[in-house]
Design a protein around this ligand. Structure first.
Ligand SMILES: [Zn+2]
Length: 196
């Protein structure tokens, strides 16, 4: 269940627990995941989360970065559009991101510093087991039409994916990192960038 997964994470991550209190954020996340899974989503957008609950998007992104500390909740993926053919490549492995090879056309790209920051997007994939639980739950207790119609719709052109750069800027707040995974990833990426 989401609650147990979240509570376990909160026991480990005190910054998350302090900034995003469990009693407030558990119901929001529960509601959001149910709605998104009901719409067929595999990946969750913090921008949609922000819109759903009238929160600042930066706050929502930082929350999601903290949630990636638990792969029982969210898994981090990368999204990169091929320069050659435009194919959206979804990549799990960081090495495969750095030594990019398009799944469709085979175009190879070594991401340079500036491209890297501006073009790589972070995706937040719902843990598969959790997603299955939510689906089962939805089958037993379908969302009412009222809830469905109130689910957030992003306006045309609005951001839906988090850029690497945005994430990088939100890892630290008042000197406190939101999560170990986010910090580790950022450090690895900086190292890769130095090598390039
Ligand atoms: Zn391509």
């Amino acid at each position: 269940m989401l609650f147990t997964r979240l509570r376990n994470l909160y026991n480990e991550n005190k910054v998350l627990a302090e900034e995003y209190p469990l009693d407030q954020y558990y119901p929001l996340l529960q509601n959001f995941i149910s709605k998104e899974v009901d719409l067929g989503a595999e990946y969750l957008s913090p921008y949609r989360f922000a819109l759903s609950f009238s929160k600042p998007s930066k706050e929502a992104i930082r929350f999601f970065l903290g949630l990636t500390d638990s792969i029982d909740i969210l898994e981090q993926y990368y999204k990169y559009e091929c320069d050659e053919c435009g194919r959206i490549n979804i990549i799990k492995d960081e090495e495969a991101l750095i030594n990019f090879k398009c799944k469709k056309c085979g175009f190879e790209d070594h991401l340079t510093t500036s491209d890297y920051l501006s073009e790589v997007k972070l995706l937040f994939k719902i843990n598969e087991e959790l997603s299955e639980e939510v689906k089962k739950n939805l089958k037993d207790n379908p969302l009412s039409k009222v809830q469905e119609s109130s689910s957030a719709v992003l306006e045309g052109g609005a951001d839906i994916d988090v850029t690497f750069k945005t994430a990088e800027e939100l890892i630290y707040k008042d000197g406190k990192p939101i999560g170990k995974q986010a910090v580790d990833r950022d450090e690895r990426m900086k190292k890769y960038r130095d090598i390039l």
